[in-house]
Design a protein around this ligand. Sequence first.
Ligand SMILES: C[S@@+](CC[C@H](N)C(=O)[O-])C[C@H]1O[C@@H](n2cnc3c(N)ncnc32)[C@H](O)[C@@H]1O
Length: 584
Amino acid sequence: MAQKRPFNEGKRHFKKNKKQKSTVNDGSNEEVLLADVRRLLQDTRISEGEEKEKQLPEQWSEIELDISELSSTGDGLAEKDGQVYVVPFAAPGDTITAKVVRHVQDESYTITDFLSVKTASHHRTETPRCPYFTQCSGCQFQHLPYSYQLAHKRGIVEKAYANFSSLPSSAVPEVGDTIGSPLQYGYRTKLTPHFDAPPGARRDKRQGLKVKWEEVPPIGYMKKGTRKTMDIEECPIGTEAVQQGLKRERVRVHKEIDNYQRGATLLLRESTERVKKGEADADATAKDGESGVVIEDRGEYVHRKTCITDSKATSTEYVDDFRFDNPAGAFFQNNNSILPLVTQYIRDNILAPVSPSPDQSNGDSTAVKPKIKNMIDAYSGSGFFTITLSQMFSNSIGIDIAAQSIASANNNAKLNNLLPDSTKFIASDANDLFSAVDPSKFKPEETAVVIDPPRKGCDQNFIRQLLAYGPERVCYVSCNVHTQARDVGWLVGGLEDEEGKALEGLYEIESLRGFDFFPQTSHVEGVAVLRKKGSSGVGDDVRAKEQALKVEADGPEVGADEVDGIKVEAKSEGTGTDGVGAAR
Ligand SMILES: C[S@@+](CC[C@H](N)C(=O)[O-])C[C@H]1O[C@@H](n2cnc3c(N)ncnc32)[C@H](O)[C@@H]1O
């Protein structure tokens, strides 16, 4: 049983009804967890003014906890005596033996380490495939059935909009079922395990000495709840080619460790060679079993999959029949198996809904000419959405701050036979985009905007400019549904301009759902489709904005690049880093 003593002896602990902190948030794990903790505490909170001395278990003591729910960060939550305990690798209904790690005094919650399951929940039905599950920080849900994971992720999207959008519930539609990943293990096309320098390496370097490796360090991922790297020999969420790459890289590092002067992050990125069956190089199939090559039968093609470890080498991925070539170290979506589902979903939803006319009773709505003919893909990376959606639009423009990604995007447009006068890419900060849009060429009522920013979401300035431009439709894709909810909240409910004056929101949420890009983890990719409020035509307010934008867009600036109605400052540098799954 847990030993108890007054936490922080001598101090009185009150359950306060204190004013909650601002929810203008950064979508960090801590903030998301806190929202769940506060909501759980609301049910147990004692009335204002009432005092209670809180007895909290000692640090590092063992306690038993009854898990009542899963947080949006993937942890089990247990409430006990007005304190919430955060327990990794748990399931609602479990009784868990856990170790107390840290009390977060001001917010009445305690971080614990998972030790063992005392009584198993009926949800705990799966045998984890990974031997490191419950130690490695990468996966949270290998003990839970996939249907449960998907339902939980729907709840994450619901809570994100309830906690972080600042919208009334009436403005948020029912969240759709989470679309599952066709592959639930063996899906991840990129892994980045790392190893640390030996103790004293910095001092040796400062003294000009060669770093001494007494032994090969652990090569893997962070151990849950620590800053230590744990040795990982296999990672079953990686694709077969990537897992083989992990084995080879481990052997190589073991041999070459003395050549390293510091710790390092290893890159394991799948690359695919597509060969038509029956054609000359189809003897590729004969290479099945060849070390490092994984053969996949893809109908009329054979896919030969290998693992690249040089970040500058080119990796190739096929999404349906679209081909994407990227430097292996650059950002590209990591779960290829779900990408055809997400692109098809966006194709089905991005245009204003069109009702088939009576002579189209077969439901073929393609004969109805949609009024939207332009697409702007802000945060385009190497063109994934621009290219997979471009056939739907007369003009598509992708913008990304990373010049390297834009170079790849231009190359990818060529590889997919897209015409340069209809699909273009520009290296620029998305924040500069809408102030430079010429609405006479890119009419807002004829334009849909796709947004797929990094985890931190959009800059407020970007949102203000998007509202000023006012495209007919917006499709917001995000690997962080909490910052997405915040940003969508501004697009729907408005925000302040730079002088603090209220800017009205222009949109309503048409649909909202998650896609499970990362099975076995608590991550969920959100897709929100927005339409202009009451839209079918162009209102006076939009016409006024068009007029204002025409004035702003008058005359090219020095050094500006003009591409068919969009004038932007070309940027020569960018991050180009992977914004997803920092643990790997
Ligand atoms: C999550 S990735 C999405 C990339 C692309 N949509 C895809 O699916 O491959 C986010 C992208 O935003 C870009 N980015 C980050 N900040 C930006 C900014 N201020 N303006 C334009 N692009 C930016 C990054 O370079 C990265 O390519």
